[in-house]
Design a protein around this ligand. Structure first.
Ligand code: ACG
Length: 482
């Protein structure tokens, strides 16, 4: 299964207002079929005052800028006919300040008042978030509310059991509309404040209890619902959630992949596989939660920018992603080499620019909701240009996806580290039936590969043959079946 993280606002506009929408996406569903994507993960599309959509003002409505419920239903139906699946990003940890729930709570109305967390005499109003140092208590009128992600997103207080019931209805609603599953935002944050001691504290056990109940409900409606969790933390914390969700984003591994390519560091890569992909290294381990592997997402600097605009390294990083076990995710625009540098997780617009359909940057269906800062007209990232060019980034990724789909065993395969040097890592990637020997060249110089047993190698990158020896170019991958 190949996942594509989509920001609808930046995709395709059907009504000429410069904002991507459901009908626009429906017109362009073949784009994903061509690329080989199986499942589209929608960044939040429910009603929200924010460009990113993570603060929801009505959990039962779509963002009117994107279209209505019928438009969405129709889109999902058409997509299903083409074999695509759709996952909705549902941030249930908090809502928007302008939501009816919060506005009623401010007036002390029940049950809404209990759905939020208010300060009391024990509260340290200056308490800071453990990353970034932002304040977590915010004043509104004569009250202070808890909002871990900032003043625009009051946290919902799940100590109120009514809220569990309400959220079950919300999940149910979006399954009925036709979604195939959910990307569960901020999964470790549902219970992250200790109300007895009035201090920030993750309560993983309570989170797991909450998610188990929600997932049982979801699965009772849709047995095969796709569930992806976002627990952005070190491997030891991520491990605590093992088995709860079907797929979990492997944040630590995303850093390993990018840093190993950036610094050409084979040891970092090998150590990273051992620590972040331990279930895939241990031949006997059962893989309970699949590793959701990715290089970047909407909270991060884009891949090619992270790699100092080095296109060879960018393609090499993608080759790592698609040749390793786990479930690969790409972020929209990554297939084109779109650029973008994120200054802070509080401001991510810079990596969410409109995708370019035309080389000149403008035209029918082009979204223009914000100006181009990193991806100028004529910069080569346009779909019309890359689609036709067989050497484009788009077609490079398309070939990686095609390889992946020809070898479905890769998602659950095991890894054995065979050898590594400063330049090269040699892995065995296998299951009981099939297997590959994979050579990764991390440096910019070519390496000679003993080709005694190599027949019909698959190569991502470049190579040459001299006197029957294979020379694998820098930042290239060679795969040999055994
Ligand atoms: C999700 C979405 C994000 C969204 C929200 C809120 C949540 O993807 O777009 O913000 O709905 C934390 C949360 C994540 C959250 C990000 C933005 N992402 O846990 O759920 O913030 C540390 C912390 C992490 C933290 C991360 C952020 O531990 O918890 O993620 O920093 O940088 C090593 C360590 C690891 C450490 C990293 C990075 O890997 O192991 O622990 O992570 O280094 O230092 C959206 C908007 C926001 C808005 C909000 C309401 O983007 O602007 O405020 O909605």
């Amino acid at each position: 299964m190949i996942f594509y993280e989509l920001y609808l606002r930046s995709f395709y506009d059907s009504n000429g207002d410069g904002i991507g929408d459901f009908k626009g996406l429906q017109e362009k569903l073949d784009y994903f079929v061509d690329l080989g994507v199986d499942c589209i993960w929608f960044l939040p599309v429910l009603k929200s005052p924010a460009f990113h959509g993570y603060t929801i003002s009505d959990f039962y409505e779509t963002n009117p800028l994107y279209g209505n419920l019928n438009d969405l239903k129709k889109l999902l139906e058409e997509g299903h006919k083409k074999g695509l699946k759709f996952v909705l990003d549902l941030p249930v940890n908090h809502c928007a300040v302008n939501s009816v729930w919060f506005q009623k709570a401010l007036k002390n109305e029940k049950p809404y008042y209990d759905w939020f967390l208010w300060s009391n005499e024990k509260t340290d109003l200056d308490e800071k978030r453990h990353w970034g140092g932002d304040k977590i208590w915010h004043k509104i009128g004569d009250k202070y509310f808890y909002g871990l992600f900032g003043p625009g997103s009051p946290d919902l207080n799940y100590n109120s059991k009514d809220l569990w019931k309400e959220m079950k209805k919300v999940f149910e609603k979006w399954l009925e509309i036709g979604f195939d599953g959910f990307r569960l935002d901020a999964a470790k944050h549902v219970f992250d404040y200790d109300e007895k001691k009035m201090v920030f504290k993750y309560q993983h056990d309570k989170n797991i209890e909450f998610w188990n109940e929600m997932l049982t409900h979801i699965k009772s409606i849709k047995k095969d619902a796709i569930i992806i969790s976002e627990v952005w933390d070190d491997s030891d914390i991520v491990k605590k959630y093992d088995g709860v969700f079907e797929i979990g984003f492997n944040f630590p591994f995303s850093y390993i992949l990018k840093n190993s390519v950036k610094k050409e560091d084979t040891k970092n890569f090998v150590d990273g596989i051992e620590s972040c992909m331990s279930d895939y290294i241990d031949e006997t381990a059962e893989i309970k939660t699949k590793s959701g592997n990715f290089l970047t997402n909407h909270d991060m600097t884009r891949l090619i920018s992270e790699l100092s605009d080095n296109e060879k390294k960018y393609r090499f990083a993608l080759s790592l992603l698609f040749t390793l076990p786990g479930i690969p995710f790409i972020f929209y625009g990554e297939e084109l080499g779109m650029k973008g540098i994120v200054q802070s997780v509080n401001y991510t617009e810079d990596c969410q620019e409109p995708i370019h359909w035309y080389d000149i940057g403008f035209g029918v269906g082009q979204t223009e909701w914000k100006g181009y800062k990193f991806n100028d007209p004529y910069s080569g990232v346009a779909i019309e240009k890359q689609f036709k060019d067989e050497n484009s980034n788009f077609n490079f990724l398309r070939s990686l996806i095609a390889f992946r789909k020809e070898n479905p065993f890769l998602s659950n395969a095991k890894i054995k580290i065979l050898e590594y040097s400063k330049n090269m890592v040699k892995l065995k990637i296998f299951n009981e039936i099939s297997g590959f020997i994979v050579y990764y060249n991390f440096k910019n110089t070519s390496i000679k590969i003993n080709n005694k047993n190599i027949e019909n190698p698959i190569i991502f990158g470049n190579f040459s043959i001299k006197n029957k020896d294979i020379y694998l170019d820098g930042y290239s991958v060679l795969i040999s079946k055994y």
